[in-house]
Ligand binder design. Structure first.
Ligand code: PXP
Length: 247
């Protein structure tokens, strides 16, 4: 298996988080999407949450119309989100569990206990040639259920692994083995395997080395790193503008 064949989907939700904190129209997620493309990213991921706390409907419309990278739209399993997917026609949707009070997506989707609901939810979406991904824990039961309902992709939730890794808890090694096993199993069933949540430059290598994984979706750490990779330039630019005004 070709280890170079791994795509990076960049989740730009937190560009919108910063914008919404002030109610301004900047920073614009669409501009971020253009930079992702210039920088060699392979796709744009955005989560339209029910409470619209970061990405809002107009962002999704703009991203679909003006961004030229594939759009992976993360969403909860609701009638409203199904309608939006059918209107916008993203390249892929990734179904996630969603609780209003959570800070970010906690846990994977329980596919095995909602197969008939999920099957009918994805049917019209698949008919529009939108690829369907399910965000799940690394567990055979959920992988089997994903296969049964006709998903194209599973995205393995790396949240638990990352949490343990950050805490320097050695059990992160066990969890990374579970992720590896799950990736191999899903691949053997002809499911495309993605992974994401909580990955940072320090932890990513443990996951990206798994050959069956075809795509990683990473957001918070990339947007966070961009502050320190870009702060110097932003200060230089502001100082230059101030100086110019006083010439
Ligand atoms: N994949 C899925 C399904 C997610 O819900 C999220 C968070 O929105 C991510 C990946 C990205 O997680 P992070 O922002 O922690 O990199």
């Amino acid at each position: 298996m070709d280890l170079d064949e791994i795509r990076l989907g960049v989740n730009i939700d937190h560009v919108a988080t910063i914008r919404n904190a002030r109610g301004t129209n900047y920073p614009d997620p669409l501009r971020a999407a253009q930079i992702v493309k210039e920088a060699g990213g392979d796709g744009i991921t955005a989560h339209l949450r029910e409470d619209r706390r970061h990405i809002v409907d107009q962002d999704i419309i703009n991203l679909k119309k003006q961004n030229t990278l594939p759009l992976n739209l993360e969403m909860a399993v609701t009638d409203e989100m199904q309608k939006i997917a059918l209107d916008i026609l993203p390249n892929a949707i990734c179904l996630v569990p969603e609780k209003r009070e959570e800070r970010t997506t906690e846990g994977g989707l329980d596919v095995s206990n909602s197969t008939s609901k999920l099957r009918s939810f994805i049917e019209p979406i698949k008919q529009k040639n939108i690829r369907v991904s399910l965000f799940i824990e690394p567990c055979e039961k959920q992988i089997n259920a994903a296969k049964r309902i006709g998903a194209d992709i599973i995205e393995l939730h790396t949240g638990q692994f990352c949490e343990l890794f950050e805490k320097k808890d050695e059990s992160h090694i066990e969890v990374s083995k579970d992720l590896e096993k799950a990736a191999k199993y899903a691949h053997s069933l002809n499911l495309e395997v993605h992974a994401g949540h909580g990955l940072t430059v320090d932890s990513v290598g443990h996951i990206s080395k798994i050959p069956e994984i075809k795509e990683l979706n990473i957001g918070h750490a990339i947007i966070s790193d961009s502050i320190f990779l870009g702060l110097r330039g932003a200060i230089d630019l502001m100082k230059q503008k101030i100086k110019e005004s006083r010439l």
